[in-house]
Ligand binder design. Structure first.
Ligand SMILES: Nc1ncnc2c1ncn2[C@@H]1O[C@H](COP(=O)(O)OP(=O)(O)OP(=O)(O)O)[C@@H](O)[C@H]1O
Length: 623
């Protein structure tokens, strides 16, 4: 088991407040710092050699400032010695010191570039790896989770983290380096006068507290704006994309979208501006305090030099050390608060990995029947979508879809046909009742085994911006190199005639998104999608309005083939066209989520109920 898959064990922290907008407490902020070790482990796991090299170079770098300052002190003292003793003008020691400092400068530059290079390589690898892990984890989650806006906010924040976390990585490593550098410099300063260190701390701490306060405010602001930022992204995309351009132009929607974008972005800008102004004002006050501390210490050192207690070389060493220390300490404290802020964002990242699907593989799962013997039985099935908890999408459904049967679902828009099919494919579990397969609850089977045996083409099937051959192969992606299987499936769904007309044939890129892509018509896309169902060769085939965009001749042909090719297989068809529906063995009429009638075309016509009424209504339209 990789570290990534064990992420949740390392991050048993209070979950960051996802949707609420209240600022985070100090405890939550301190708690978030516990994410840093887990984060460092992730980096180490990404590439141990690069991480070790990075730490090694930084360790060496941390000793260089002290060495440089000390050599400078020796140089100044030597220059003064030479100027004060004209009899001894031997400069070889002086020159060797200058050469040493020169060598150190070159070495330091090489080290700087080395760490920058390792940082960027490691950062890129980390960003790639976390994106991959994010996609992998998202793939394990349930449909219902994708329809939940709180989930989307988490996903969104985690997605943003994958890139910006590389900055946090450099910050954490830089922090370690600076702390060691500071240790070296502090030893020198303490040897001279420990009070100087105290003066330094007093000068720097107010700035640190101010910074952490403002970082926390800024995190809360960004956090609370996640839904609005998602809307901003959506508006930006909708306002300028090939998929929306047509309707935006026809309906003249550009101004409507731009105004909404402007309104939201202005509000965010203003909130941000207020915070930035306060931060700048307080920042100046704290910086002035820091300067007072520094110049106080400086005066003290100068005074000691005038009194002859220390040499000019020591003066430059100490004032240099003090200035470096002040810079370092300020940097460390400020960086500490931005690391703490980064750790809060990291919490979002880990939070996402803590989400677990409800529909899981059951370790004692039942082997999937080969072949299905009796079929699927809906036993008082009811379902509510999590985002509409007050409304039953379907309820009290009792019927059996027998093995080998072709069942058509008929009903008005929103009646619950697609929902029924989604339950059959176990994209969701029923809110009440159960669905049985050959007498056992669907939950007793492994969801992956079930999905392998089901081929569903939804009405909103995906128009993959890929080659023609891949568009069909997605029905059974393991067979993507099996051109003859792809071609056979294409022939069965009538997609072959579409593909033959494409300049690149099966290798033709489809869709407008990428260079040289060819766009298809709605019906042509549908034939491609139908090809996926044949590619699948599953025991249960579900076609959810698969022919809505097909012309009359194509539809007739598609269904004749469908009937021949799925002979003996179980199939569910959803269609508003009764010419198609009547070909099914039985028809289930669904109304407001409930079963109204079920029977063959002949039986339902004889019953003279809703089906007969709708059938006659449509037939009249063709007369
Ligand atoms: N993801 C969802 N979240 C919340 N409610 C949903 C969701 N999908 C569908 N619904 C609701 O569930 C009800 C049934 O929808 P369903 O898509 O099953 O209808 P349908 O019979 O397939 O309709 P159509 O003929 O228009 O495709 C509708 O009232 C719809 O608003």
């Amino acid at each position: 088991m990789s570290f990534w898959s064990r992420i949740k064990n390392f991050t048993r922290l209070t979950s960051a407040k996802s949707a609420d907008k209240s600022p985070l407490s100090l405890k939550e902020r301190v708690n978030a710092l516990k994410n840093i070790p887990a984060f460092l482990k992730l980096i180490w796991q990404t590439n141990a050699a690069l991480a070790a090299g990075n730490i090694f170079l930084r360790l060496i770098r941390s000793a260089i400032p002290l060495a440089t300052l000390y050599i400078a002190k020796l140089i100044i003292d030597e220059v003064i010695r030479i100027t004060q003793s004209p009899d001894d003008v031997n400069t070889s020691y002086l020159l060797s010191l200058v050469a040493l400092e020169f060598g150190l400068a070159i070495f330091s530059d090489i080290l700087n570039r080395g760490t920058a290079l390792l940082d960027s390589l490691l950062g890129d690898l980390f960003a790639n790896k976390s994106s991959v892990e994010l996609m992998k984890h998202a793939a394990t989650l349930d449909m219902a989770q994708f329809e939940d806006s709180v989930f989307y906010d988490k996903l969104e924040r985690a997605r943003r983290q994958t890139l910006s976390r590389t900055i946090l990585m450099s910050q954490v490593l830089g922090q370690m380096q600076d702390i060691i550098t500071m240790g070296f410099l502090a030893v020198g300063l303490i040897a001279f006068n420990p009070w100087l260190i105290l003066l330094l701390l007093v000068a720097v701490i107010p700035a640190f507290l101010g910074e952490s306060h403002f970082n926390e405010r800024s995190y809360s602001l960004v956090h609370s704006w996640t839904p609005e930022r998602r809307e901003l992204d959506y508006l930006r995309l909708t306002g300028a994309s090939d998929e929306t351009a047509k309707e935006i132009k026809i309906f003249g929607l550009a101004d409507f979208l731009i105004n909404r974008f402007q309104e939201l972005s202005d509000k965010f800008y203003n909130d941000n501006k207020k915070l930035a102004l306060r931060r700048a004002a307080w920042g100046s006050v704290f910086a002035a305090l820091g300067s007072i501390g520094y110049y106080g210490a400086y005066l003290y050192i100068i005074y000691q030099t005038i009194n002859g207690q220390i040499s000019i070389g020591q003066l430059t060493f100490l004032s240099g050390s003090f200035a470096r220390l002040r810079g370092l300490l300020e940097g460390i404290l400020n960086r500490f608060s931005s690391i703490a802020e980064g750790a809060l964002y990291l919490q979002d990242f880990f939070d996402f990995f803590q989400l677990t699907p409800h529909i899981k593989t059951n370790p004692q799962s039942r082997p999937f029947p080969q072949p299905i013997r009796h079929g699927f039985t809906f036993d008082n099935v009811g379902f509510k979508y999590a985002n509409s908890p007050d409304k039953w999408a379907i309820r009290h459904l009792n019927f059996t879809l027998a093995a080998g049967e072709k069942l058509a679902l008929v009903g008005e828009n929103g009646a619950g046909k697609t929902t029924l099919v989604k339950l059959l494919a176990r994209l969701y579990d029923p809110s009440e009742g159960r669905i049985l397969l050959d007498g056992y609850d669907l939950r007793e089977y492994n969801p992956e085994d079930l999905r392998k045996e089901i081929g569903v083409i939804f009405q909103d099937f995906v128009r993959f911006q890929m080659t023609a051959s891949n568009n069909i192969a997605v029905g059974r992606i393991e067979e993507k190199e099996n051109l003859s299987r792809i071609q056979t499936s294409a022939a069965q769904s009538l997609a072959d005639s579409v593909i033959q007309k494409l300049p690149g044939g099966y290798d033709q890129m489809i869709g407008r998104r990428f260079a040289k892509g060819v766009e298809l018509s709605g019906g042509e896309w549908q034939k491609m999608a139908l090809g996926r169902a044949y590619m699948r060769n599953a025991q249960l085939l579900i076609l959810d309005e698969p022919t809505a965009a097909l012309d009359a001749r194509a539809e007739h042909e598609v269904f004749q083939r469908f009937a021949e090719l799925t002979h003996g297989k179980t199939a569910v068809l959803i269609s508003h066209r009764f010419s198609t529906v009547r070909m099914a063995d039985r028809i289930l009429v669904i109304e407001n989520g409930q079963l109204l009638e079920i029977g063959s075309h002949i039986e339902l016509l004889a019953k003279d109920g809703r089906y007969a009424e709708l059938f006659r209504l449509q037939a009249k339209g063709y007369q």
